[in-house]
Design a protein around this ligand. Structure first.
Ligand SMILES: N[C@@H](CCC(=O)N[C@@H](CS)C(=O)NCC(=O)O)C(=O)O
Length: 216
């Protein structure tokens, strides 16, 4: 098998890459990275010293591809399937990338700050950072609520990379700042994402690790 994905099932950015792979039934070898295990951590950092997953390895092309969006771009070019995750049209592709960036930077990243703070030792907490992250997340959710008033998927009728990013971003954002009772368009979009087989599979596969998620 040519493709190997270094990942952890609970990780939101890894779920984003998994949705892309599952969406097109792209065969790959899953390689679970346990950052809590010194040997696994060291081995992974030899592949990508930054130490963040997902990372895709393509043995056939001798390429190592970090960063969830870049992985999806790579799959779209070299392992295309029935769901075209980055549109061919340049303007639509740019719009897709903007929404992908939006979900990564303004939903996932603030969500990670809130969750990351829960894992910090008591004397290293950053309440002001958490406050700022929650404010940014609230702004982003308000914008999504307007954006999703009339659309099925983030780009309209076609499921794209932007939805791969949105699915885990909204899943975890809802645990940090529940929105389903206050943002009806976002909630309806989130329900559609939850029902999308590729994301439903990623959520199901993360279940055995759910107890690792810090609730507070
Ligand atoms: N920009 C990266 C972000 C990846 C990322 O933040 N991954 C998290 C898991 S969701 C991670 O590796 N965390 C471990 C760490 O930061 O040490 C991407 O899009 O792939």
């Amino acid at each position: 098998m040519s493709l190997r994905l270094y990942f952890h099932p609970l990780s939101s950015f890894c779920q984003k890459a998994l949705v892309a792979l599952y969406e097109n039934d792209t065969p790959f070898e899953p390689h679970l990275v346990d950052l809590g295990d010194a040997a696994s951590n060291t081995a992974f950092k030899k592949i990508w010293p930054i130490g963040k997953f997902p990372v895709l390895r393509d043995e056939a092309r001798e390429r190592t591809i970090p960063e969830s969006s870049i992985i999806i771009e790579y799959l779209t070019v070299h392992y295309p399937g029935p769901t075209r995750l980055v549109p061919e049209d340049a303007d639509l592709a740019r719009e897709t990338r903007l929404r992908d960036r939006f979900y990564d930077l303004y939903v996932q990243v603030p969500m990670q700050i809130v969750v990351g703070d829960r894992l910090r030792p008591a004397e290293k907490k950053d309440p002001y950072g958490v406050e700022q992250a929650k404010a940014r997340l609230a702004t982003a959710l308000g914008m999504i609520e307007q954006d999703m008033a009339t659309k099925t998927w983030a780009m309209g009728e076609a499921f794209t990379m932007a939805d791969c990013a949105a699915a885990p971003a909204l899943y975890y954002a809802n645990l940090v700042m529940p929105f389903v009772d206050t943002h009806k368009n976002t909630a309806a979009y989130f329900n559609r994402l939850m029902e999308r087989p590729a994301f439903a599979r990623a959520v199901r596969e993360a279940e055995p690790y759910r107890n690792l998620f810090p609730k507070s």
